[in-house]
Design a protein around this ligand. Structure first.
Ligand SMILES: C[S@@+](CC[C@H](N)C(=O)[O-])C[C@H]1O[C@@H](n2cnc3c(N)ncnc32)[C@H](O)[C@@H]1O
Length: 372
């Protein structure tokens, strides 16, 4: 986790663009919500720019780095940190500015639509500002042996033959890659745009026509974003940009390479349900009529039981683990200590798990997750 956040903080281009946007948007004494604040860098830049108060929200332990950093830098009186999913947080006031960098490799694929829409509705004052304000999605045809190697990993010689079928999951996966300029087979096209100031349906469907610029092998689609932080300030992870931020792009493969020629047209359709991370992609080669269709849904490792559970008509029954959880929580009476609860569970239910060590671990886990 520290490595991930080190990556964000040391990305000079990202930092410069976000700081530029903050200096344009944040006014003296503004109240800011930094949603998915990580180590707190965006909130810190807002305070330096004159913000009066920052609410930092993050669901992970990196928030403790933010807390200590604000304390050491002398800002602790001007921040309040909330450790939870932002959708579960209530703020004591509405804010002037919402900020986040939750922009995925393909812009929408890291939950920003749901996350930022909820924050706009519940945290932002009418007329408040949002950084970022919008993303434009870009798509291009890709020829990349490196991407193919990633997709075909499970079909390699050194994989025991019995396992090579697992390649089919690789084909139905959105891969995070670092595309090189010369791997782009044709001009990128605008696929669609998402303005965070507007409401959106749960399901997106975009279409584009790609034109191949040189003869080659089509291996799949490359996707990335142009993100408007505020009017006139943009950041991108485009592999052909002069100054991209340090963020992967997505590669959406097709099941086998297809030879293409200069000037050939390829129709692409991308459908996405960002709330449950499902992306579908269809590719049609106009000249030959060949079509490919893939979906990350086909790449999910779901058991038959899990599939049944997805049905809204499924009647849920408590599992053994669910019963065990209820039992542990039943001992939380506001008087017993964690140690007393653990002892009571071990005494009254010696066979809850195959070993006492596992029961102890489970009790600690339930108490950490469901109590405060
Ligand atoms: C891409 S990082 C950006 C961190 C920081 N804002 C920065 O610019 O360096 C996104 C952060 O959002 C947090 N996050 C993701 N989903 C969240 C949610 N639903 N509620 C709160 N935090 C979330 C992650 O834990 C992660 O720290």
């Amino acid at each position: 986790m520290l490595d991930e956040h080190w990556g964000y903080i040391t990305d000079v281009t990202r930092q410069q663009r976000l700081e530029q946007a903050i200096l344009r948007v944040v006014k003296p004494e503004d109240v800011v919500a930094d949603v998915g604040c990580g180590a707190g860098i965006l909130g810190l830049l807002c305070l330096r720019a004159g913000a009066g108060f920052v609410h930092g929200i993050d669901s992970t332990a990196i928030l403790e780095v933010a807390r200590e950093t604000f304390l050491r830098a002398g800002w602790s009186q001007r921040i309040q940190l909330h450790r939870a999913k932002s959708q579960q947080v209530s703020l004591p006031e509405r804010v002037d500015v919402l900020i986040c960098d939750h922009v995925g490799y393909f812009g929408f694929d890291y939950g920003i639509v749901e996350f930022f829409t909820d924050a706009r509705r519940r945290f932002l004052k009418p007329g408040g500002q949002m950084i970022p304000s919008k993303i434009n999605l870009q798509l291009a045809p890709v020829e990349s042996p490196a991407c193919v190697a990633l997709v075909d990993k499970w079909a390699q010689e050194n994989v025991p033959p019995e396992y090579r079928w697992v390649r089919q999951y690789g084909v139905s996966t959105k891969h995070a890659v670092h595309l090189k300029k010369d791997e782009i087979l044709g001009e990128p096209v605008d696929l669609g745009s998402i303005d965070f100031r507007d409401d959106h349906p749960d399901f997106f469907s975009w279409q584009a026509e790609l034109v191949v610029r040189r003869d080659g092998q089509f291996h799949g689609l490359g996707g990335w974003f142009d993100c408007e932080l505020t009017q006139g300030v943009w950041m991108t992870n485009s592999p052909i940009a002069e100054h991209p931020i340090d963020r992967s792009q997505v590669f959406l493969p097709i099941s086998e390479p297809v030879s293409v020629f200069r000037g050939e047209k390829i129709r692409a359709k991308i459908m996405a349900r960002p709330t449950d991370s499902v992306i579908m992609w269809e590719v049609e080669f106009v000249a030959s009529g060949r079509k490919f269709s893939h979906s990350t849904w086909q790449g999910m490792l779901l058991s038959a039981d899990e599939l049944v559970q997805q049905s809204p008509m499924h009647i849920p029954m408590l599992s053994d683990k669910g019963r065990a959880r209820l039992l542990v929580l039943g001992y939380c009476d506001g008087l017993r200590t964690a140690k007393q609860i653990e002892s009571a569970v071990l005494r009254d239910h010696p066979n809850l798990f195959p070993s006492a060590a596992e029961t102890t671990r489970f009790v600690a886990q339930v108490l950490a997750g469901d109590t405060h």
